[in-house]
Design a protein around this ligand. Structure first.
Ligand SMILES: CC(C)(COP(=O)(O)OP(=O)(O)OC[C@H]1O[C@@H](n2cnc3c(N)ncnc32)[C@H](O)[C@@H]1OP(=O)(O)O)[C@@H](O)C(=O)NCCC(=O)NCCS
Length: 173
């Protein structure tokens, strides 16, 4: 797999992670939730930050998924990942650094990834799993064309406990 450059609304660019993106990883590490749902280190150091970036490269190299940095003016402000699954399905996960929230970053990134996935990758169904309390996340998904399909009870362990998640999906066409 090769992570492409994808332009997104608002002047954002989705692109492969770089070792110069460590300030965004450091900011994400300081968030109480992001390290629980990603491999962002809970305790940041430059070595841990660089290891995070290398893990993102390995996802594509190993054929597991596409991890994009969401950047503006050359500076990374978040991440969006796409994991292809069987039967033309794929799922997405994303985060935005605290200082860049509320500016439509997640929505723009979701739209760009969805267009690319439905076009280039011929994905038929794109899913996102979001905890019910996480209105910022499901609002961004809804604005990007995803629809809530139900509540998956005890879907996933997060922070040492099973959590319910809404399943959101956007389908091709
Ligand atoms: C969820 C997250 C990615 C949203 O990123 P973002 O770039 O700020 O999202 P957007 O600006 O595209 O949209 C957020 C929407 O939620 C709204 N919102 C923000 N915080 C909110 C809150 N606490 N309660 C309700 N709505 C909220 C915003 O107003 C916006 O809606 P609007 O455009 O109608 O005003 C970001 O908050 C984050 O990284 N959180 C931690 C990690 C995470 O939860 N990832 C998603 C896991 S499913």
């Amino acid at each position: 797999m090769t992570v492409p450059d994808l332009p997104a609304d608002g002047g954002f660019l989705l692109r492969p992670w770089r070792l110069t993106d460590l300030p965004a990883v450091a900011e994400a590490a300081a968030d109480p939730y992001i390290p629980l749902i990603t491999s962002v280190p809970a305790v940041y150091s430059d070595a841990e930050g660089a290891a995070f970036v290398r893990r993102q490269w390995a996802r594509a190299a190993d054929g597991v998924g596409y991890s994009f940095a969401i950047a503006r003016d050359g500076r990374a402000v978040g991440q969006i990942e796409l994991w292809p699954g069987p039967h033309g399905r794929a799922s997405v996960g994303y985060w935005v650094a605290g200082s860049a929230r509320g500016q439509g970053v997640a929505c723009a990134a979701l739209r760009a990834v969805a267009s690319w996935a439905f076009g280039e990758l011929r994905i038929a169904r794109l899913e996102a799993h979001v905890e019910p309390w996480n209105a910022a996340s499901w609002k961004a998904a809804e604005k990007a064309g995803f629809a809530r399909e139900g509540l998956l009870r005890k879907w996933k362990e997060v922070g040492g406990e099973r959590r319910d998640m809404y399943v959101y999906a956007r389908v091709a066409g």
